[in-house]
Design a protein around this ligand. Structure first.
Ligand SMILES: CC(C)(COP(=O)(O)OP(=O)(O)OC[C@H]1O[C@@H](n2cnc3c(N)ncnc32)[C@H](O)[C@@H]1OP(=O)(O)O)[C@@H](O)C(=O)NCCC(=O)NCCS
Length: 182
């Protein structure tokens, strides 16, 4: 059910609004428990958003975040351009253009902040996601394995190893703005 009382299957792409994540979205981003184990990741990203280092976009269907896509502006030796991550749409609503709408929103924000290139990693086993990004103009530039850790609500540290393709996208000019950074 959504905030409107309709079922998720009723949601139409045209009624979805892409907007920045608010504090009151955080519990709902756990999607009724499916991502409860990511509570700390979600909260930490929100703290970084407040500091201007991360942007968390949500696809809002009548007040409920049915999709999300985040952009991390922090740099590292490997991630030399802002990194897209945590892109997902609720299973019942996939394939209706919501993911593409979220990605377009991130690209606009990156461009407005002066960036003309984005990066992301996709697990090699996730062929549908690779297809999704390729269709949106992303291309593979390499591969690498990475590990990340997070603390579950039960206080257990989880370590996840990711064997991924690394994608980049050079952003097309938008809204007549001129990027000032790579
Ligand atoms: C990948 C994902 C974010 C795409 O969002 P979406 O709203 O389903 O995508 P859109 O409707 O904008 O685009 C659909 C395209 O994505 C591809 N796609 C990827 N996964 C899909 C899925 N589960 N269902 C439908 N289409 C999917 C389709 O091939 C389609 O391309 P096509 O039109 O050429 O067939 C979404 O399917 C998802 O949340 N998947 C699970 C989580 C995930 O893998 N995230 C990416 C991590 S890197």
């Amino acid at each position: 059910m959504t905030a409107r009382g309709a079922t998720l299957a009723d949601a139409q792409p045209e009624q979805i609004v892409v907007r920045a994540c608010r504090e009151d979205d955080l519990p709902q981003l756990e999607w009724f428990g499916a991502f409860a184990h990511h509570r700390q990741i979600i909260y930490d990203a929100f703290v970084l958003q407040r500091a201007g280092k991360v942007v968390m976009l949500v696809a809002d269907d009548a007040g409920f975040p049915v999709g999300q896509a985040w952009l991390d502006f922090r740099r590292s030796a490997r991630w030399e351009a802002p990194k897209v991550w945590a892109v997902r749409v609720m299973p019942a609503l996939q394939g209706r253009g919501i993911g593409a709408k979220l990605m377009s929103g991130l690209e606009s924000i990156a461009w407005e902040r002066g960036h003309n290139r984005l990066m992301l990693g996709v697990e090699k086993a996730n062929a549908p996601a690779c297809h999704f990004y390729e269709r949106l103009g992303w291309r593979v530039i390499g591969e690498w394995r990475e590990e990340y850790c997070y603390l579950t609500p039960a206080g257990i540290t989880q370590t996840v190893s990711v064997d991924q393709w690394v994608f980049v996208k050079n952003l097309p000019p938008a809204r007549g703005l001129i990027p000032t950074r790579q």
